[in-house]
Design a protein around this ligand. Structure first.
Ligand code: G1P
Length: 296
């Protein structure tokens, strides 16, 4: 029988230093693309893969994320009284989207440690992990057909081993990502391929490939055991990639190349690009924006 993925772990405990000063008081995952917070794009992606239980690994000051997916009866009633039923319906839908659970990461000890914090909630089941910086909005045609988490869940069910989403990046950018070690280059772009190790943020001259981990994973629960014994690695943090390397030598790890459109919203240029692309897809914004851009 195929193993179902019921939970996704979304680590949101980071200090968000790339987003300062905005992130001084507001979680970076609440940064909106037009009027939809980044976290909602991720939750919608996860829902499209049939996963409805969201586990946030949080820290101090992140309550806005949980509140956002809660019902707001007073606000909804106020809007309905004013005849703004469409808006009230929108809020009601957000409050019913998913089941949210949370666990605290009390110290910023790294991504591997953040994922390990979710073990008491996830237990002995396979689970997905999505990182909040990376979004694959469903406005792109490819993404609409196959959101990344959905592709990984399907691959996991087919091959039965943990699987990570990757994209090829220019050599100069390997230092920003976890990078795969592989034995041979995959022949087909849409088939899962075997990973022999992962290296966290290697300099270009040391990069074992150009396949970069882009923040989407499906893991067997054994990863928790490896993370428990993972020492501090790059940047003095417990790295998820180091736990993944232990998987490679035992239960196995596969990678799948993700197709479609990706935005790293922690990067100001890609954040602005995401805004423009989304605005151009909204009928009420597209023409005024085009007209304005022509005047520049
Ligand atoms: C994290 C991971 C890295 C991965 C990246 C994707 O790094 O440690 O392996 O490639 O996310 O965004 P961060 O960007 O949090 O430093």
């Amino acid at each position: 029988m195929q193993k179902q993925i019921k939970k996704v772990v979304i680590p949101v405990a980071g200090l968000g230093t790339r987003g300062l000063p905005f992130t001084k008081e507001i979680p970076k995952e609440m940064l909106p693309i037009v009027d939809v917070p980044t976290i909602q794009w991720i939750v919608e992606e996860v829902l499209s893969a049939g996963i409805e239980q969201i586990v946030f690994v949080t820290s101090r000051g992140k309550h806005a994320l949980q509140d956002y997916f809660d019902h707001s009866p007073a606000l909804e009633a106020f809007l309905r009284k004013r005849g703004k039923n469409e808006l009230a319906d929108k809020l009601q839908r957000i409050g019913s989207l998913c089941e949210v659970m949370s666990v605290r990461q009390k110290e910023p000890l790294g991504l591997g440690h953040a994922v390990l914090c979710a073990q008491p909630i996830v237990g002995d089941e396979p689970f997905a992990v999505c990182l909040g910086d990376e979004i694959f909005p469903p406005w792109d045609d490819t993404n609409r057909a196959q959101p990344p988490v959905k592709q990984l869940v399907q691959a996991f069910q087919k091959i039965g081993s943990s699987v990570v989403g990757v994209m090829e990046v220019p050599l100069a950018e390997t230092k920003h990502y976890g990078i795969l070690k592989i034995d041979s280059h995959p022949k087909e772009s849409d088939a899962p391929f075997k990973v022999v190790g992962t290296v966290e943020k290697p300099q270009p001259e040391k990069a074992p490939s150009r396949f970069a981990i882009i923040g989407r994973y499906v893991f067997e629960p054994i990863i928790f055991e490896y993370l428990k014994s993972t020492p501090k690695g790059a940047g003095g943090e417990i790295q998820l990639t180091d736990g993944m390397t232990q998987l490679c030598g035992r239960e196995g790890l596969h990678a799948l190349q993700m197709q479609g459109c990706r935005y790293d919203v922690g990067n100001p240029f890609f954040y602005v690009k995401a805004q423009v692309d989304e605005a151009l897809r909204r009928p009420e914004l597209a023409q005024p924006l085009r007209d304005y851009l022509k005047t520049l």
